[in-house]
Design a protein around this ligand. Structure first.
Ligand code: ATP
Ligand code: ZN
Length: 294
């Protein structure tokens, strides 16, 4: 973290896991974004960039609050009258918690880039035979404050998303993974791909995480970072089975079963992994990594 700040790549905001990014850092992110979108497996995918906020109803339907309440961020806004405003100002002046004067809004902070895609597909009617493919990006929020620069509270996920027949979803994940591995190797990163699980909450969550791990529903591309004991998950390849399809009312032609899958690329993590691997000055990077991120 200190090195990234000292090199002028990111700047502190006074909050752990929340940083401003310099032009040089963003140039790397831009290059990665373009290179990932240029993968053959992204051809014909519809491109969308979503806001850092999403519908609270969709967030609830997708089960995020029941599975990951400790990571979620919701939005509260003030909707009171003059009297309540006076009370709010008094609380502010006396340092009393004023949040109880606000009420929850119909939006929440987006926790994963692909959540807005499923209702979009549902709104179009039955999923076509060839499935539906997306190349998307969003700022994501997760409440995991840390001084580890790889663990941010606000970060960007670029994702490929597929909705279609179960065997198509499985095949698509395999194709994403193969091409993402090649890209990571060409960028000069050292990595392995391993089964993983999401950080489900509580004891009940351990069962869900165990099943996810065992059935290899989540695979992560773990990058070795010079000077760190533990590798860092920079990409993940996920099979959701019918979870989001059921939650969002998705079905195929004649009611055929529909599954979904996504591949998530952590843009800040990938940029930081490249900086850690090849140095703070992209001009001095190996020629192939430099060419790939433009
Ligand atoms: P982790 O296990 O490290 O918490 P995750 O498995 O929950 O990550 P995913 O939900 O699979 O992450 O998200 C896809 C990608 O988004 C990750 O591979 C990573 O690159 C990035 N990402 C996830 N959480 C963070 C974070 N807190 N800070 C920065 N990038 C993140
Ligand atoms: Zn996803």
């Amino acid at each position: 973290l200190d090195d990234l700040i000292a090199e002028g790549l990111i700047t502190a905001t006074g909050v752990a896991g929340l940083y401003g990014r310099s032009g040089r850092f963003e140039a790397i992110v831009d290059g990665l974004r373009r290179r990932i979108s240029a993968l053959p497996v992204a051809a014909q995918a519809e491109v969308f960039h979503f806001p850092p906020l999403m519908s609270r109803a969709v967030f609830e339907d997708n089960g995020y609050m029941s599975s990951f309440p400790h990571l979620a961020g919701v939005v509260a806004t003030f909707a009171g009258d003059e009297r309540e405003h006076r009370a709010l100002c008094e609380d502010l002046a006396s340092g009393v918690d004023w949040l109880c004067r606000c009420c929850s809004a119909d939006v929440v902070l987006t926790p994963a880039a692909c959540y807005p895609v499923y209702p979009l597909v549902a709104s179009r009617g039955p999923v076509p035979l060839e499935g539906a493919s997306f190349d998307i990006e969003s700022f994501c929020f997760r409440r995991e404050p840390s001084t580890d620069p790889f663990r941010l509270q606000s970060f960007r996920q670029k994702e490929f998303v597929f909705v279609g027949a179960p065997e198509q979803a499985t095949a698509r994940r395999a194709a994403w993974m193969a091409q993402a591995r090649d890209l990571a190797a060409d960028l000069g990163l050292r990595f392995s791909v391993e089964p993983a699980s999401d950080a489900f909450f509580g004891k009940g969550g351990r069962i869900a995480a165990g099943r996810q791990h065992e059935e290899e529903l989540k695979l992560e591309l773990l990058v070795s970072i010079p000077g760190r004991d533990q590798p860092v998950a920079c990409m993940s390849f996920n099979l959701h089975q019918d979870k989001f399809a059921l939650a969002c009312g998705l079905s195929g032609l004649k009611g055929a079963t529909v599954h979904s899958a996504c591949a998530g690329f952590g843009l800040e993590r990938l940029a930081m992994a490249l900086l850690a691997m090849h140095g703070a000055d992209p001009k001095a990077w190996p020629a192939e990594a430099r060419r790939l991120v433009g």
